[in-house]
Design a protein around this ligand. Sequence first.
Ligand code: PMP
Length: 379
Amino acid sequence: MIPGPIEFENEVLQRMSVPTPSHVDPEFISVFANSLHLLKEVCQSPSAQAFIIAGTGTLAMDMAAANLTETGDKVLVISTGYFGLRYADILKRYGAEVDILTSEVGNIISMEDIEQQLKSKKYKLLAFTHVDTSTAVLNDAENIGALCKKYNVLSILDGVCSVAGEEIKQEEWGIDVVVTASQKAIGVPPGLALLVVSQKAIKAFEARRHPVANYYSDWTNWLPVMKAYENRQASYFATPPVNLIMALEVSLKRIFEEGLENRFDRHRRTGKGMRAAIKALRLESLPKDDKIAANTLSAPLYPNHIDASAFLQAVNEEGIILAGGLLADLKSEYFRIGHMGSVNKADLLATIGAIESALKKSGFKHELGIGTAQILKHL
Ligand code: PMP
């Protein structure tokens, strides 16, 4: 129950264990084409360009930055935690002049403050984290997208902890680039960098004055490959991670069997149930307000006088693995529960049950079952 890698469905894992076909095998070409198509559908962005590349979420972030920024470009990063700061670092590597708006921990930056900043100079690009995995805060992607449209700024949404768990209407909301990875709500073991890029962003890439300063990430190499596979033709720049892409197709198909709306709704109910259980146990959470709390993970604070590592160990002894805090300054103040992808009611009951037992062992007084009752109530 950590916020990625999540637990994967057997069908997805089994697909990875078949003998690896050639990357130009006709059957694999069709798998690649389907995966590219379904990935765009997950982001509700049918006219965009999808990229499926061997790598991780960080490579997806890096690729968008490498292709869309040049030395001297003005870029705004909206940082709500650990991964916002990472994005700022990446963008600086490509010579961008980066301004960072940093929220207080557990909060977001208001639309007024973002708009004020966008008014203050002509930015080329804005990057933000949709679900901040370090704080369990959910940014308002729709309204950030609208502001970027209003000020004609390209937008990058880091959706590593949100895509296929939180609703994203990329095209309707005017988000130019969604970057993500396989190992979270997409439901495939680590190893894929995934991008969905608007035609507007592709045009901005094509209008570059200088070559992309990163050989592997350069869309000049990858665009013809992705377009060829979309048109069910083989192409080569660097060997695709064949088995992972086959697993991706299985997972994406399962996502659409469930239905996007149903899936987002299930995540909403899961998030709500988890937050209610945490509240019933009288634990505070890092997000300042339920309105800005993510549905893919939760970030409760430890009660006073509880030893963080002893608590996590006690939860572990109940068969549940949780993640510690990610923000360096607050590492021993909070923990994280991932609840995205194929997580079900039994997983949630077991998790809250383990947390209740561990709290009891740590000397925290609560009525046993008071948290699990909330899961039953909400799911
Ligand atoms: N962004 C966010 C929001 C993340 O949660 C993560 C991974 N936890 C990353 C970026 C980086 O992804 P990866 O570890 O796959 O490189």
